[in-house]
Design a protein around this ligand. Sequence first.
Ligand code: HAM
Length: 427
Amino acid sequence: MSEFKKVAGLTGMKDTLPPESARWEELEALVRDWLAGYGYQNMRTPVLEHTRLFTRGIGEVTDIVEKEMYSFVDPLNDERLTMRPEFTAGIVRSAIEHNFLYDRPRRIYAMGPVFRHERPQRGRYRQFHQIDVEALGFPGPDVDAELILMLARLWRLLGLNDIRLELNSLGQPAERAAHRAALIAHLEKHVDVLDEEARRRMHSNPLRVLDTKNPAMQDMANAAPRLFDFLGAESLAHYQGLCARLDDAGVAYTLNPRLVRGLDYYNLTVFEWVTDRLGAQGTVCGGGRYDGLIELLGGKPAPAVGFAIGMERLLDLWLQDASERAPAECQVYLAHQGDDGQRRAARLAESLRDAGLRALVHAGSTGFKSQFRRADASGAAAAVIIGGDELAAGAATVKWLRADSPDGAQQESVAFDQLAQYLKQRI
Ligand code: HAM
């Protein structure tokens, strides 16, 4: 008995085991193909960054920065560090640091874990995964449309037809300032219905006050001046340019003037893809334009637009539709007897892999009965048996596990040097 008590995993941080992990890999492979189809290239940035990158990039007065970041002081060199709560700020930092936009705009993606200390529930975790896509250096609205059409294609590829698109424009800084003044005046007039958080934010981040879930504040929020009504001709033209391209492609959307997003770096286009099939956490993807961020983080000014998909949410949706059948661990399971049998099986397995088959050699010395049980549980199409008789004859016994072989046999003897070809032709 160990003297240690077992250590549990952290709240809100999930383990992914087979067979579910195989669905993750399947989704990741499909996503990489989809991104390649649009010329997006992979960028890998560290999980840890300086805290100030996110406070500056995402904004001091946001939920993420105020209460959700995993931040700590690294005592070894006295630096304040944060585990990335999103990809965008890190990708922009990296692009600036490597002068990555010096000769042309870039289409970039990243995939991996991000961290937010939120209250966990279905679809909301403390370590979760994003597919993050960024088009750096493009003023749009053509690229804004490209990103949204890409997403519509991904939903189609995955057979998801009930994710709807909500769109808004947050305009430019001057338009936001005019709206902000009107909004603060509105909030001041209704200060009696504001909850504590709203009062605290009404001057620092009044737009976020409207994003409230508090039922007592809904009437006040509905009557508030809309940013969309403050947009000037250029911002409206950008928005209309995007809408025209979505119309061309037959992608449906609704204008949601209340859509503000939880990060401060956005301007002009913002969007979210939402479904009713995931309970309270129905936003599968969120994104928008952030033309000021590169300059804010010290780079040469350049426009940019992007989005992130929550992979747990996407997978949840996808698996609701997908069949339950677990993917097979291998195509061929090799059972054997004795030391010589094991060594021959191991060599044969290598020749099967050379031929492109996925093969598993039984490990350990157990009787054939339990080896067959394992072979069956592995999901393999065929078991290959190497016992004393087989070694003497120089031929393996192939036993078909799911259905008879394509030529109607349940079991067949196949010479060792023919085995790879025989199986390759039939699996
Ligand atoms: P975001 O809206 O904060 O945007 O997150 C994007 C997506 O990540 C959400 O729509 C949701 O699917 C997923 N997500 C967020 N929080 C959680 C959580 N706690 N558990 C599980 N999934 C979650 C961004 O992160 C921006 N960086 C997107 C972007 C890229 N904008 C421009 N470029």
